[in-house]
Design a binder for this molecule. Structure first.
Ligand SMILES: NC(=O)c1ccc[n+]([C@@H]2O[C@H](COP(=O)([O-])OP(=O)(O)OC[C@H]3O[C@@H](n4cnc5c(N)ncnc54)[C@H](OP(=O)(O)O)[C@@H]3O)[C@@H](O)[C@H]2O)c1
Length: 342
């Protein structure tokens, strides 16, 4: 069955999501409408992507009966009110990461989705890439033994971007990029909550996190060492050390097209490539047509009657939000509703 998408906000990632959808079978994914805070932005977006309806308010999109599911691509502080708006209008929801600013907000969204019996997922798109599927298969098959150590680095000089710089806009590098290192470690270790989270890092003069080193510990001597920063660039790869080999994901590890697997016993390294297709309209961000994998996975889950996606379940989002909140709070970035808030 086809999915009829509504697009909430006309910014960069919404643009890229529609580019990704444009690479899928149009009889299975159709974009019915877009909404932005201004009629002009919404109309320009609709014309560029040939979307039939454009709205000048999110409420109009919520009231459109032709829509099955809304993709929310607004800034972080708007995710809670927008998820509630669309769920309350009986729309399924896929919301950009971080779905909420803290665990309290996330629980509010997930509880409402459960009460309304609607599909609801945090858009951690990385997990739907073929490279990530290959990694899950290798780990499950134990062909290079047991996964023991994860190392991931995500550093880009983006802390001066307004929505990342400002606390009032839900800024900070952990929400924007650090979160991807944590979700990767979580996936390798079966999405369980770590037994401990240690953090050292820096706040900016605006009071948001500039970057940090994070160590996650898991049972049976497993651990992850993660580095993220919004002040400079690094090679942005990820590695998994296993008892009989290792896996490397090439840059950009959060939306990858290439990886390699080394077997210790043979010394042999195999490379794998999974290129993303091009779209007619050019996306803003790296490999963004790869948003297609997430969109198609959501369609299949909804067709199967699921209300959560097993690759990014409510529990996984909650464990991720717990890590993100712990990291922020350890560095002194506290917001209302955090466990560390007064
Ligand atoms: N999956 C990924 O790879 C990826 C990549 C980048 C970002 N993201 C996530 O996507 C979200 C948006 O990022 P982006 O780069 O697309 O941002 P963006 O283009 O700067 O803004 C997105 C939209 O947010 C709304 N907005 C902007 N400033 C606002 C304000 N002060 N108050 C209320 N709404 C405001 C606008 O909606 P209108 O159009 O309605 O005016 C804007 O179009 C973030 O949550 C980010 O974490 C994900």
């Amino acid at each position: 069955m086809a999915l009829h998408w509504g697009i909430c906000s006309a910014g960069k990632i919404s643009h890229d999501f529609v580019c990704g959808l444009s690479t899928l079978d149009p009889t299975l994914h159709s974009v019915m409408a877009v909404a932005a805070r201004s009629a002009e932005r919404s109309q320009t977006f609709a014309e560029l992507h040939q979307i039939p309806k454009s709205y000048a308010s999110y409420e109009e999109l919520a009231s459109d009966d032709s829509i099955d599911i809304v993709y929310i691509g607004s800034i972080n502080t708007e995710h809670l009110p927008l998820c509630k708006l669309f769920l309350n209008h009986n729309k399924n929801v896929v919301c950009e990461k971080p779905m909420a600013l803290n665990v309290k907000q996330l629980t509010e969204i997930q509880s409402l989705a459960k009460e309304k019996n609607l599909f609801c997922m945090e858009a951690v798109w990385s997990r739907f890439f073929p490279v990530y599927q290959k990694i899950r298969d290798i780990i499950a098959s134990k062909e290079i033994g047991e996964a023991q150590i994860v190392q991931a680095t995500f550093c880009l000089p983006l802390i001066t971007k307004e929505r990342v710089a400002m606390k009032a806009l839900g800024g900070g590098a952990m929400y924007d990029i650090g979160l991807y290192t944590a979700q990767f470690a979580m996936m390798v270790f079966g999405d369980e909550a770590p037994t401990s989270v240690s953090v050292s890092g820096h706040l900016t003069s605006e009071g948001v996190d500039a970057g940090a080193n994070i160590t996650l510990l898991y049972p049976n001597n497993k651990m992850a060492t993660l580095v993220y920063s919004g002040v400079c660039g690094m090679s942005n790869e990820a590695e998994v050390g296993c008892t009989e080999g290792k896996i490397k994901i090439y840059n950009p590890f959060w939306c990858p097209t290439g990886m390699e697997v080394t077997k210790t016993t043979t010394g042999r390294t195999d490379q794998f490539q999974f290129p993303v297709p091009n779209s007619k309209v050019k996306p803003f961000y790296d490999n963004s047509t790869g948003l297609r994998y997430e969109a198609e996975a959501v369609r299949q889950a909804i067709n199967d009657g699921k209300k959560e996606h097993p690759l990014m379940s409510h529990e996984a989002s909650k464990n991720l939000a717990t890590i993100v909140e712990t990291v922020r709070n350890s560095l002194g970035y506290v917001i209302e509703g955090d466990r560390a808030s007064p």
